[in-house]
Write a protein that binds this ligand. Structure first.
Ligand SMILES: Nc1nc2c(ncn2[C@@H]2O[C@H](COP(=O)(O)OP(=O)(O)OP(=O)(O)O)[C@@H](O)[C@H]2O)c(=O)[nH]1
Length: 381
């Protein structure tokens, strides 16, 4: 898909996409009810079999969308909500339905182009939205012209007033779409302005200290913070340090796509932050590995906190789906005054390797340097 169809809003989570789909079904149901009313009042002139076949095709087209959304396969698309495709299909059915009606009923139900297009107004780029509006207009013109040409007994000439009205309606909708985009950009502008006010130097610093995907601090910033804390650690204080690695993450990428993998990383970051205290520092260490610093904790508290993260991730549903078997492994250690950060990280890494080796989905600890030496011996034997 071209950049012009890029969605304007951030990707909605899958339950929201399904909710929007259900709303769209409401519009279809209203349209079909009105068609039934038109038939009952003698405004529809379509053979019953054509109606049944049309109804079945409509249901099948919606079933295809539903299956793609429900199974999570649509997450592989650039637009997981398939907004443009859904709007185009709805416009097609609306035009077909109008084709079943006589002139008077058609003029009335023509208004349904508007709610259909509204589904795309907040999601589609103005260019993609304009494309949908244009196709709606062309479809309607083709319908009216075709009828005037091939069914002169039904309509002697195209209804210019209706065509002009539809054109004006769609034109204003497109303008409104552009206005919505303008408002969105203005809404974002104050944030940029505030950032600028807080000093032009702060922004590049934020960028180098933050991981773009998860919003957590990055490895470099983490090391800086941890080093600083270690320098000022009081004599009897103890910090927890943990390396967290998502298990079989490559499989998630391979099976559901890189975008889904990214979403899993974001989900972990969000849920982990919800499980932690404000004073804890969680950072993206690289790839699918995270690092955690827990100030002023005893060994039990470190284990309990890491177990809580492990359990929370196991029941996470990042794409609104149960991906099945989400898990992570954690290597824990402690930091005390006089400790060397690099050595502590090595201890945590060795404990993490032990957790992986022992079957993943678990927390292992190397509290003391002697534990790490044991780990090295067992790894080399
Ligand atoms: N989606 C996504 N994938 C990433 C990112 N960074 C690293 N990866 C992927 O993470 C995967 C890590 O794979 P491995 O190192 O084999 O680890 P694993 O599959 O989790 O296996 P174990 O750690 O042994 O359980 C690789 O496929 C990387 O491409 C990222 O930012 N986004």
């Amino acid at each position: 898909m071209s950049t012009s169809s890029t969605r304007l809003e951030p990707q909605a989570p899958q339950p929201l996409l399904l909710q929007r789909f259900v709303m769209a079904q409401g519009v279809y149901a209203s349209l079909l009810l009105l068609l039934a009313l038109a038939m009952a009042t003698g405004h529809a002139r379509v053979p019953f079999t054509a109606l049944v076949l049309g109804g079945i095709s409509l249901v099948l087209s919606q079933l295809a969308f539903f299956l793609l959304l429900r199974s999570g396969r649509s997450q592989r698309f650039q637009d997981p909500g398939m907004t443009e495709a859904q709007v185009l299909v709805a416009l097609f059915w609306q035009t077909v339905l109008l084709g079943c009606l006589d002139g008077g009923a058609r003029a009335t139900l023509m208004a349904f182009y508007v709610p259909i297009l509204l589904f795309g107004l907040f999601q589609l780029h103005p260019v993609a939205f304009g494309r949908c509006a244009l196709l709606a207009f062309v479809g309607f013109v083709a319908l009216e012209w075709g009828e005037a040409l091939f069914l002169p007994q039904a309509r002697a000439e195209p209804p210019f007033l209706q065509l002009a009205t539809l054109f004006v309606l769609l034109f204003w909708l497109c303008l409104f779409g552009r206005h919505v985009e303008g408002m969105r950009q203005r809404r974002q502008a104050p944030t940029a302005y505030q950032d600028a006010r807080h000093g032009a130097l702060r922004q590049p610093e934020d960028q180098v200290s933050t991981d773009e995907l998860t919003g957590l601090c990055n490895r470099r910033q983490f090391l800086r913070l941890a080093q600083r804390d270690l320098l000022h650690l009081p004599a009897h204080a103890q910090y927890g340090l943990a390396l967290i690695d998502l298990d079989h993450f490559k499989r998630i990428n391979d099976r559901y796509g890189h975008a889904a993998g990214d979403r899993v990383l974001q989900t972990f970051a969000t849920l982990a932050q919800a499980c932690l205290r404000d004073s804890d520092v969680l950072a993206r260490y690289g790839g699918e590995e995270f690092v955690l610093l827990l100030p002023n904790v005893n060994l039990d508290q470190i284990s309990v906190c890491c177990e809580r993260l492990r359990e929370a991730f196991a029941s996470a549903e990042p794409l609104g789906l149960s991906l099945g078997g989400l898990s992570l492994s954690i290597g824990m250690t402690r930091l005390q005054r006089g400790d060397d950060l690099d050595l502590a990280l090595q201890r945590a890494e060795q404990a993490l390797q032990r957790a992986k080796h022992n079957g993943r989905n678990r927390c292992e600890a190397s509290w003391e340097p002697s534990d790490a030496r044991t780990d090295r011996r067992s790894a080399s034997s």
